[in-house]
Design a protein around this ligand. Structure first.
Ligand code: SAH
Length: 236
């Protein structure tokens, strides 16, 4: 069963409202809603902000019977030419706040862990198709590439540029790579969709709350395209 996870209430509210025959359950510490979304049986949950919360929720959802996981949330764009409202489909994720460079490791890499965690190719292809289908309505951009996560709200153009240059990341957020690490360890296929609420610069603290609701609605519409796609052709 597919689990759909977001960090904050606004990121999960639209999908939860659209859930039919919802049943509330607990998976360890996590409140989970189970039901049908656009005709597909799913688990929905909100993990809270940050990497530890993302990893814990991923583990809890796996224990509750999730066999694949789709993370949807907002992010700050760090690549040139991006605009608030653009969509980002992750191909792989890094933890930009990991620093073991004093012991000779590359920035972002932990001992025994890969340099980045790759998303599931089939889910990601399906997610990209869904994002393009939604973007076709109003001509917004869809970017596909690396996402950088850390326990930092980035609101500085130089810091954003450094994360883009240092990691080749398209956007910065606070949960994705932790979800990716946990899901990879558990052997659970996953994909990550982000909508840009800000561009991680000096305006981010104002832009993030201003564009959160619109970005969340946009992602719920991408999720609808994802779930309504021909399920006989591409497995969840
Ligand atoms: N509303 C919370 C804080 C949310 S932090 C509070 O008031 O405490 C921002 C959330 O959106 C995180 O879940 C993160 O994944 C994402 N995000 C959006 N823009 C970001 C940015 N510029 N830097 C880091 N995370 C960002």
């Amino acid at each position: 069963m597919l689990a759909i996870l977001g960090a904050i209430e606004t990121e999960v509210a639209d999908n939860r409202r659209l859930l039919s025959d919802p049943v509330e359950l607990r998976a360890g510490h996590l409140a989970v809603h189970r039901g049908r979304l656009h005709g597909v049986e799913v688990l929905l949950a909100r993990c809270g902000v940050g990497k530890v919360n993302g990893a814990m929720a991923t583990t809890a959802l796996h224990s509750a019977g999730a066999t694949s996981l789709l993370f949807t949330g907002v992010a700050g764009g760090v690549a040139p030419g991006q605009r608030v409202g653009d969509l980002v489909v992750a191909t792989d994720l890094v933890q930009h706040d990991v620093d073991v460079t004093a012991l000779g490791r590359p920035p972002g890499q932990l001992l025994g862990e890969p340099a980045s965690w790759a998303t599931d190719a089939r889910m990601t292809a399906r997610l990209a198709t869904a994002a393009h289908a939604r973007a076709a309505h109003d001509g917004r951009q869809v970017h596909q590439g690396r996402v950088a996560s850390g326990d930092q709200f980035v609101a500085s153009a130089p810091r954003a540029a450094a994360i883009h240059a240092g990691f080749g990341a398209l956007c910065v957020e606070m949960e994705g790579a932790a979800v990716a690490q946990a899901a990879t360890t558990l052997g659970m296929p996953f994909a990550v969709l982000r909508a840009l609420s800000d561009t991680a610069d000096h305006g981010a603290a104002q832009d993030f709350p201003a564009f959160l609701t619109g970005s969340a609605r946009l992602m719920a519409e991408v999720v609808e395209h994802y779930l309504r796609a021909d399920q006989s052709k591409i497995a969840l």
